[in-house]
Design a protein around this ligand. Structure first.
Ligand SMILES: [Zn+2]
Length: 363
């Protein structure tokens, strides 16, 4: 029987262990892929550092692309109807759910089905073993949305599509960014950089990026940010007044949170104009407590929305956005380092300390 290697996450904050598991044929409804590239998402780091529960021993990683090895009975097309064959390079949704779902049928929220599963969140000891990004193979299970990748996209451009970029398609849609809007993005990691670019693509007149990492402020300008402020150096009140001065006449139309730090919430409320929209997408860990003056929500007519996961349409939008704008924004530069499976510890260290933008694993 064929076998494959995986970098196993045995417990938080302990080194990954390379192990070998059997690779069985794809069952009906499944697709077996050889992983081409996986990138380390911030949520992998949260799991690795023990801030959110994740089954272990397991295989982390959900931002993945792969080449089809074998297609199980009953699968012949991707989510847009393009035929799938062995050898095709594909991306697929980080979440999957097979079966009936109240949220999908009634509220058109398939991304929040009860019992929803995610790649990179299963026990490796159980069949089919390979359900994460940091291994040589991955099984795509029934209920997953699959999308064939066009040859013109590089692996670096394609890998973040199914988590970071699709999530930002969802977040920027919820922020209702329109022509001539002024938009503030709190956090300039991968999500924030794509947020800047998408805000511009959706018609924003002015995009302001906020972060405390100097390198990110510089790169944000290449991704559509007109201004980038170092919030590590300035006091919150100074940042608020600088942003308000740029967003004439009375503050930003929309603010987007993708930094994962609850302390930035009060500043967003102050930056917004009356009737402004605030969308939060980065606070994925529990206990994100913060004190706000809720009177501001009332007097300023502020709309606050939380966004978690994405709808299947956002996966298609993410791919089409990258294809349409890869000439205008340097998406390739975001995946700025590559590591082998055996170097996963180093890759996680670099990603956690933010010395790389998006670390890629090429198993
Ligand atoms: Zn992710």
């Amino acid at each position: 029987m064929r076998t494959g290697k995986a970098a196993v996450y045995e417990a938080p904050n302990t080194p990954f262990v390379i192990k070998e598991y059997p690779v069985r044929p794809a069952k009906p409804g499944e697709v077996l892929v050889r992983v081409k590239m996986s990138t380390i998402c911030r949520s992998d780091i949260h799991s690795y550092e023990g801030r959110r529960p994740n089954p272990c021993p397991g295989i982390l990683g959900h931002e993945i692309i792969g080449t089809i090895v074998e297609i199980g009975a009953g699968v012949s097309k991707d989510m847009r109807g393009d035929s799938l064959q062995a050898g095709d390079r594909i991306t697929w949704s980080e979440c999957f759910h097979n079966g009936e779902c109240y949220y999908r049928e009634v509220h058109d929220m398939p991304q929040k089905c009860h019992g929803l599963r995610k790649y990179g969140h299963d026990l490796v000891a159980e069949d089919p073993h390979f359900l994460g990004g940091f291994g040589e193979y991955c099984y795509i299970l029934p209920g997953t949305w699959i999308l064939k990748l066009p040859d013109e996209l590089s692996d670096e451009e394609a890998t973040p599509i199914n988590c970071g970029i699709a999530s930002m398609a969802s977040v920027t849609e919820a922020a209702e960014i329109g022509l001539s809007d002024t938009v503030v993005i709190q956090g300039l990691g991968l999500l924030g950089l794509y947020g800047c670019a998408m805000a511009k693509a959706r018609g924003a007149k002015l995009v302001v990026g906020l972060d405390a990492v100097a390198d990110r402020l510089a790169i944000a300008k290449k991704f559509g940010a007109d201004h980038a402020f170092d919030i590590g150096r300035a006091k919150p009140a100074e940042v608020v007044s600088a942003v308000r001065a740029l967003c004439k006449p009375d503050g930003a139309d929309a603010v987007i949170e993708v930094c994962g730090v609850p302390d930035v919430i009060p500043q967003a409320l102050e930056m917004l104009r009356i009737g402004g929209r605030y969308v939060l997408g980065g606070l994925v860990n529990p206990e994100a407590n913060v004190t706000i003056d809720a009177n501001m929500l009332v007097r300023k007519w502020i709309t606050v929305r939380g966004i978690h996961n994405y709808h299947p349409r956002h996966l298609i939008q993410a791919l089409e956005f990258v294809l349409a704008y890869r000439g205008r924004f340097p998406f390739k530069q975001i995946v700025d380092s590559k590591f082998a499976l055996g170097e996963l510890d180093v890759a996680f260290k670099r990603a956690a300390e933010r010395s790389v933008l998006r670390a890629a694993i090429v198993p």
